[in-house]
Design a protein around this ligand. Structure first.
Ligand code: HAM
Length: 433
């Protein structure tokens, strides 16, 4: 008889440690996740007061959604997007930012889209080299306020952003503002920039030599020393624009002044996404180090689905907010949610009784905990102490026989015997749990 050779089970080859998340992406657990929740909670309240409603768009879109809005030559699209094909060969991308998806959504809405006031919160994905403050999955709270270019709308959006940070406890962010002029004058501005840069073209880095032709504004963002020196010597961007663009920007600054907002004009700042026109801004914070942008925004115009969408918006990077809050020592000692009541049971019948009581109390709004594993009295009392519960109910054999329970006040250590039939009312009557 021929023996078939046993096949070794097929081996899955893992490219890295399967217990680690992907580099640049993080798990988030308590107590950190509770700090995030409280930030999200106060963000929702700020948004409500400024008349914004939430929008949730998918984390994945057709790649074209981003190509058409962020610009095919932007760094985010060229170098940082996670792009993949689905089984039908369609090109999809994980969203690197939130504006494009919101525009895709609004392009399919009726005329009300032109006045939409929306906010979003959620993860974004950029395949950058991870470092402090730079993640591959990070989170933004973002805002998009639709409407034609109006200085007041731009200023309102910046004020909303500053207020949001203030309510989180960040007062000392630095608001940097500039203008990119009108979208339909972009080619004129590019030409003016090329003329100003032409004498220095040989000194520019390899990337910028290419950017000179395909997207000259990107040169202003370059971090290489040689390019930065060249950019430093360039005239201010606004001086290369027409009077209308300059007047618009002056009105934005006047609105900010009127509202008492502190800001600095950053005359060479352009920001990395192609959809911007007129006002652009960033908020930096000294606690952030090299990646010092806490938030960024601007006015934009996007062509999508045969529609021209005008708006102004911003996004705050939540990981960076958390870094600043830690540096400022804000929120670290936030109390984690604690139990109000702990039920201690000795024996199966006591566990059944407590189990039913636990459910009734929880349904009525109390935070209740109990051991389901039949652990010793000592172990259960240890847990009760750790839980921070104000009241502990003890039910053992003798309590069951007498129809009584022991009720311990953990704040002052006193203990009394109460009738089982009255226990629930007593616990529900405690207003100060
Ligand atoms: P952005 O400047 O690309 O703008 O990103 C906004 C913020 O997201 C940054 O200031 C930073 O705090 C955070 N951020 C960006 N990349 C990373 C990363 N790799 N790791 C951690 N945080 C990061 C936008 O995304 C625009 N959509 C903002 C906008 C909305 N403009 C108009 N409407």
């Amino acid at each position: 008889m021929r023996r078939t050779r046993e096949r070794s089970p097929s081996r899955i080859i893992m490219s890295s440690d399967p217990q680690q998340p992907i580099q640049g992406m993080s798990d988030m657990s308590a107590p950190e996740v509770e700090r995030w929740q409280s930030l999200e909670y106060s963000a929702r309240d700020v948004m409500r007061r400024y008349g914004l409603r939430e929008i949730r768009t998918p984390m994945m879109e057709y790649e074209s959604v981003f190509l058409h809005s962020l610009g095919a030559t932007s760094d985010v699209v060229q170098k940082e997007m996670y792009v993949m094909e689905d089984r039908a060969g369609r090109r999809l991308a994980l969203r690197p930012e939130g504006t494009a998806g919101v525009m895709r959504y609004l392009a399919g809405c009726g005329p009300e889209a032109d006045q939409a006031r929306l906010y979003y919160m959620g993860p974004m994905f950029r395949c950058e080299r991870p470092q402090a403050g730079r993640k591959r999955q990070f989170h933004q709270v973002g805002v998009e306020i639709m409407g034609p270019p109006r200085a007041a709308a731009d200023a309102e959006c910046m004020l909303l952003q500053m207020q949001l940070l203030r309510e989180w406890g960040i007062e000392d962010g630095r608001l940097l503002v500039n203008t990119r002029g009108q979208a339909d004058k972009r080619e004129d501005l590019n030409e003016a920039l090329r003329s100003a840069l032409a004498p220095h073209r040989d000194i520019l880095c390899g990337d910028c030599a290419r950017r000179f032709d395909v997207n000259v504004m990107r040169v202003l963002d370059c971090k290489q020393d040689a390019c930065r020196n060249v950019v430093e010597a360039l005239p201010d961007l606004a001086s290369l624009m027409d009077d209308d663009a300059r007047r618009y920007f002056e009105s934005v600054c006047e609105m900010l002044d009127a509202a008492g907002a502190a800001y600095d004009v950053a005359p060479k700042m352009v920001r990395g996404l192609d959809y911007y026109e007129h006002t652009v801004w960033e908020i930096t914070h000294p606690a952030l180090g090299a990646q010092d942008a806490l938030a960024g925004g601007g006015r934009y115009v996007v062509e999508m689905g045969g529609r021209t969408l005008h708006g102004v918006g911003f996004a705050v990077g939540m990981e960076r907010v958390m870094m600043v809050l830690s540096a400022l020592d804000i929120g670290a000692n936030q109390e984690s949610p604690r139990e109000d009541i702990r039920l201690v049971s000795l024996g199966d019948e006591a566990l059944r009784e407590n189990f039913a009581l636990c459910e009734r109390l929880r349904r009525n709004g109390r935070g209740v905990g109990m051991d389901l594993n039949g652990r010793s009295m000592k172990a259960q009392m240890r847990e009760a102490n750790k839980s921070g519960a104000r009241w502990v109910v003890i039910c053992g054999e003798s309590e069951l026989q007498q129809g009584k329970r022991q009720l311990k006040n953990m704040r002052d250590g006193t203990q009394r015997t109460v009738a089982a039939s009255e226990l629930e009312d007593i616990l529900m009557d405690q207003g100060d749990l």
